[in-house]
Design a protein around this ligand. Structure first.
Ligand code: AMP
Length: 464
């Protein structure tokens, strides 16, 4: 059942719009990586954000088909492969695999289908042919280009007029009709991979890869298209031109979503600037949960400054979730306090925040208020075992969106002799043998185990 209305900020109209899917299944496409190196945590920001978007759409009850492309034909791949004296396709495959590993490690599991550009060259050629036939594309000595002056809506996404756009010289060939015309097919050059085509052997331009994949899987129109803000121009502007020209239908999508950057000292974290931290290096220091929370704490349309200190602090935030869940698992008393109203209030606040253009930070605030109210009940012995079960269930429900794997949080087992000591101390405490109790506590502390006495007479331990 879909109750409250989700609002999504759409880059094309520059406003929040009520989400209305085109059909029974929401179709979402997010630009995947160019696979020539390890992915960095700037990429992680984009993919974690859209993972949470996908998870939330499902949480709301929508059926979703989420597709990502893999750019495995690209100038950067060819350049890197030549530098390494490798075959471009082999290099791309290696980094495609490391990308999947990184995503799994971050619990980014919501993508239904990854599609390689190299598996769609036939379709790409077909789309270029249709564009030529309709008069939107032309062939010159080094390939096929899109004539931007033929598509009157060109510039609508990045809000630039044709005069400004005409001057963007993306490819330098002077034979082009307008300097801003972009490449659909690049004629073969020595040392580059190529495919046969009616316009001569060559390889696809970047933008046509995505519209071919989405046309094949979704048709000429679909619901959500996402990516980082750097893709608004030229990439997404060109996608609109290609597909709306070829199909005669508009708009390509109803919601254009763009995430802001992860910055390092005010500049975009990027491979070309060399200021990046790979996902694997970051995961050697911080948990995937801390990384997810680090990005979730800032709205996706706001920039984030990378800081080791903030990431470390986020680990502490994650620990609060863990402590809370463990505490719930340990509630054993039969109290009479009710939690239904507290739960439904938290759920409402969570949903209201997420409905406001995926305000995950607001949703987290709602969860923290919830945890703090429940903690008060636990500390005053007013939360019953049955109520704790309900709260736990609700936390797992929130976690369907957050992806922190809270269901896997279990009390760690200690070696039997330490567990025996904890039990002995519990006994000593009950019998008011304070000296013995303190002695055992200190003994455990020396072994790195800290004890916390609970109101109900039980004891919780944690590693120092
Ligand atoms: P690329 O492989 O460079 O095409 O990037 C893949 C996706 O990651 C695109 O949607 C980019 O906008 C996004 N991205 C790259 N760097 C950053 C960054 N520093 N912050 C946020 N998103 C980024």
């Amino acid at each position: 059942m879909i109750k409250m209305a989700l609002q999504i900020y759409d880059t094309l109209s520059r406003k929040k719009k009520t989400f209305k899917p085109r059909g029974k299944i929401v179709k979402m496409f997010v630009c995947g990586p160019t696979v020539y190196d390890y992915t960095h945590i700037g990429h992680a920001r984009s993919y974690i954000n859209f993972d949470i978007v996908a998870r939330y759409l499902k949480w709301k009850g929508y059926k979703l088909n989420y597709v990502q492309n893999i750019t495995d034909i690209d100038d950067r791949i060819i350049k890197r492969a030549n530098e390494n004296k490798e075959i471009p396709a082999k290099l791309a495959k290696e980094f495609e695999n490391t990308y999947y590993e990184d995503m799994r490690a971050l619990n980014v599991l919501s993508v239904d289908k990854y599609v390689r550009a190299s598996d769609n060259v036939k379709g790409i050629i077909n789309q270029v042919q249709r564009l030529i036939k309709k008069g939107f594309a032309y062939q010159i000595d080094d390939g096929v280009y899109f004539d931007i002056s033929k598509f009157k809506d060109y510039g609508k996404l990045s809000r630039q007029n044709l005069e400004q756009l005409k001057e963007h010289r993306v490819e330098p060939n002077p034979q082009k009709r307008n300097p801003g015309d972009f490449s659909l097919w690049k004629k073969h050059k020595a040392g580059e991979p190529s495919w046969p085509s009616p316009f001569g052997a060559g390889r696809p331009g970047w933008h046509i890869e995505d519209t071919t994949i989405t046309e094949k899987l979704f048709g000429p129109q679909y619901d959500i298209h996402g990516g980082g803000i750097d893709l608004i121009f030229p990439h997404h502007e060109c996608e609109i031109a290609q597909i709306e020209a070829v199909s005669g239908k508009k708009p390509l999508v109803n919601y254009w979503m763009h995430n802001e950057f992860l910055l390092v000292n005010g500049e975009k974290m990027s491979k070309s600037l060399g200021n990046f931290v790979t996902i694997r290096d970051a995961l050697a220091k911080y948990s995937p949960q801390a990384m997810r929370l680090f990005f979730a704490a800032t709205h996706y349309r706001q920039p984030i400054n990378y800081s080791e200190e903030n990431l470390r602090n986020t680990n502490v935030v994650y620990q609060k979730f863990v402590d809370f869940v463990l505490k719930l698992q340990n509630v054993k008393i039969k109290a009479s306090g009710k939690v239904d109203t507290i739960i439904s209030k938290a759920k409402k606040e969570f949903e209201a925040a997420m409905d406001d253009d995926f305000n995950i930070a607001g949703a987290l605030a709602a969860i923290f208020d919830f945890m703090s109210e429940i903690n008060k009940l636990i500390d005053s012995n007013k939360l019953s075992f049955a109520a704790a079960k309900k709260v736990y269930k609700q936390m797992l429900d929130f976690d369907k969106v957050l992806g922190l794997n809270l269901s896997g949080v279990k009390e760690e087992k200690l070696p039997a002799e330490l567990m025996k000591l904890i039990k002995e101390r519990e006994q000593a405490r009950k019998s008011k043998y304070w000296k013995t109790s303190d002695r055992i506590r200190n003994e455990l502390k020396a072994k790195g185990i800290l004890l916390e006495d609970l109101q109900d007479g039980g004891t919780r331990w944690k590693k120092a």
